[in-house]
Write a protein that binds this ligand. Structure first.
Ligand SMILES: [Zn+2]
Length: 304
């Protein structure tokens, strides 16, 4: 009896050590996700958080869409009228859920602010930030004045033919640079190279070597402003595993950039932390040692 008891205890101890080791090796972060509060989110906040928690996620950030660019420029994103996120309802519910998960998973209540080059929208973002005080803001460019890259309009001329890739991508990177210089607060520069996800060109990649000056200017701005460059694993068309691609991340590292976040950009539960492990391996190979999680202005380092 005594011997069997000892064995069970020893086994439990070994299991405990292994379990702790696994947790230490894989602290999961996913900061930039959605729920049905957003017009394109498919799963409820309850289901998204429950799934993330079951997966062992330690830092989970919700970043509903706040698209004052769509509002101000009257952009038609979908075939139906655009349903903007109800800010008051979202922040109220998300804060409640944040309290509910306290001690189990760090839930970050944030937002994704869609950039446009107009003072009116910038003022609206500042007011939104002052009113709701999100835990973090993802600064993202989705739209040209005539529509979202995801719907194809920025790639087309008025006659319906396609614009040159160099012209479209150059314009995109110039706008991303301008987005880094806004006055309203932000923490993470979201999905750089977003236009490549939806581009109609045979070779859709945006290689650093082809846009070196424009991309360097963006990366230097992120570093100088002590912001975080997002590594986004949502790349629907499969042009690369992540946005931005490895060559741009290597250049960021070379320039001294160390602050990166991981984002699945999940709009439904099955995409939470998607490709996280493969991407972690790539990041480690480049030299990155940690993921940075923004929380109310603080930057939390999480070992990769
Ligand atoms: Zn986005």
């Amino acid at each position: 009896m005594r011997k069997r008891f000892f064995c069970r205890r020893a086994l439990a101890k070994i299991r405990g050590v292994c379990y702790n080791y696994c947790i230490m090796k894989r602290i999961l972060t996913d900061v930039h996700t959605y729920t049905t509060f957003s017009p394109d989110g498919r799963d409820s906040i309850e289901d998204m958080l429950s799934c993330a928690h079951a997966m062992g996620v330690k830092y989970y950030g919700i970043s509903e869409h706040f698209d004052f660019d769509v509002l101000v420029n009257n952009i038609q994103v979908f075939d139906h009228p655009y349903r903007h996120t109800d800010s008051a309802a979202y922040f109220s519910k998300a804060r409640q859920m944040q309290t509910q998960y306290a001690g189990k998973m760090c839930v970050l209540v944030g937002g994704e602010y869609g950039y446009t080059d107009t003072a009116e929208a910038h003022g609206m973002y500042q007011k939104h930030y002052d009113t709701y005080r999100p835990d973090f803001v993802v600064n993202s460019l989705h739209n040209l004045i005539n529509g979202d890259y995801c719907r194809g309009k920025p790639f087309k001329k008025p006659d319906g033919s396609y614009r040159d890739k160099e012209e479209v991508y150059g314009e995109y990177f110039d706008l991303v640079l301008r987005s880094t210089q806004v006055e309203y607060p932000w923490d993470i520069l979201g999905h750089v190279s977003y236009c490549t996800r939806y581009a109609p060109y045979e070779d859709r990649r945006a290689r650093w070597v082809d846009y070196a000056d424009a991309i360097d200017a963006i990366l230097k701005e992120v570093i100088a402003r002590d912001k975080i460059l997002e590594v986004n694993s949502s790349n629907k068309q499969g042009v690369s595993l992540m946005l931005p691609d490895t060559d741009i991340l290597e250049r960021y590292f070379e320039l001294g950039g160390r602050k990166i976040s991981f984002a699945s950009d999940a709009h439904f539960i099955s995409r939470i932390c998607e490709h996280r492990d493969e991407i972690a391996d790539i990041l480690k190979a480049i030299g990155f040692e940690y993921i940075t999680v923004p929380r109310c202005g603080e930057h939390i380092k999480v070992e990769i």
